[in-house]
Design a protein around this ligand. Structure first.
Ligand SMILES: CC(C)(COP(=O)(O)OP(=O)(O)OC[C@H]1O[C@@H](n2cnc3c(N)ncnc32)[C@H](O)[C@@H]1OP(=O)(O)O)[C@@H](O)C(=O)NCCC(=O)NCCS
Length: 201
């Protein structure tokens, strides 16, 4: 097990927007400085590194296994969604080097209804340091202020304890369990629906 500051196996560097950034290394910088930036093609290297993680494969809609070219089709789908206002994706980054820590997404946005689904993935090398909590806090603020959403929803597998903790700490409320929800490929799972409304305290 890696200790804070120690480089994990597989750590490396990527060039993002002209900056040399660290990926795949144990991440120990303060969470208060993390920020969301619109996901661009240069973030795909960090994104690809997360696709083999068992928790990403188990708890997100990323296909298991991710077929060749999945990263590019995922990116293209979000580019289309940005253009028509139905989706948005951010990279979670930190520091001047813009270290890639994960993604924060709105996989569906219904502007007319004022409703959006949100989601988040933190890279294995940056977990258990409050990164997801800070990312969801910022994503929620963005959705309420920039998009003027009224209702935000998170769909979380009943066994995904870390994600439920993140939702709770960001002011989301458990609404109930959607039983045997179709998730992906051969997987159906009991899925909790959590929501936060613009008027919630
Ligand atoms: C879920 C996920 C985003 C959490 O990211 P993170 O940056 O580690 O989250 P945070 O550090 O902000 O908070 C995690 C919380 O869960 C707790 N936690 C972590 N592992 C846990 C476990 N196995 N059981 C119970 N609680 C756990 C942490 O202690 C922390 O709570 P605390 O601060 O009150 O102690 C990350 O694990 C991940 O990307 N998983 C795979 C993808 C995924 O599940 N995405 C969410 C889909 S709904």
């Amino acid at each position: 097990m890696s200790l804070p500051g120690e480089r994990a196996k597989g750590g490396g560097r990527l060039s993002i927007g002209g900056s040399d950034i660290a990926v795949g290394a144990y991440y120990a910088a303060p969470v208060s400085s993390i920020r969301l930036e619109p996901f661009v093609q240069d973030h795909l290297g960090g994104f690809r590194e997360m696709l083999n993680d068992p928790d990403v494969l188990r708890f997100t809609r990323m296909p298991d296994p991710a077929p060749d070219g999945f990263d590019r089709s995922w990116f293209a789908a979000y580019e289309q969604g940005k253009a028509d206002g139905t989706r948005m994706n951010f990279a979670i980054v930190d520091g001047p080097a813009r270290a890639f820590l994960g993604i924060a997404v709105a996989p569906s946005i219904d502007t007319a209804a004022g409703e959006a689904e949100l989601g988040y993935v933190v890279a294995p090398w940056a977990r258990r340091r409050g990164v997801a909590t800070e990312a969801l806090r910022q994503l929620t603020t963005w959705a309420f202020t920039d998009l003027a959403m009224v209702r935000l929803q998170l769909l979380i597998d009943v066994s995904n304890e870390p994600s439920k903790r993140v939702a709770e700490r960001c002011g989301y409320r458990l609404e109930g369990v959607l039983r045997s929800l179709y998730f992906k490929q051969d997987l159906r799972s009991d899925t909790e629906s959590w929501s936060r409304l613009a008027g919630d305290s």
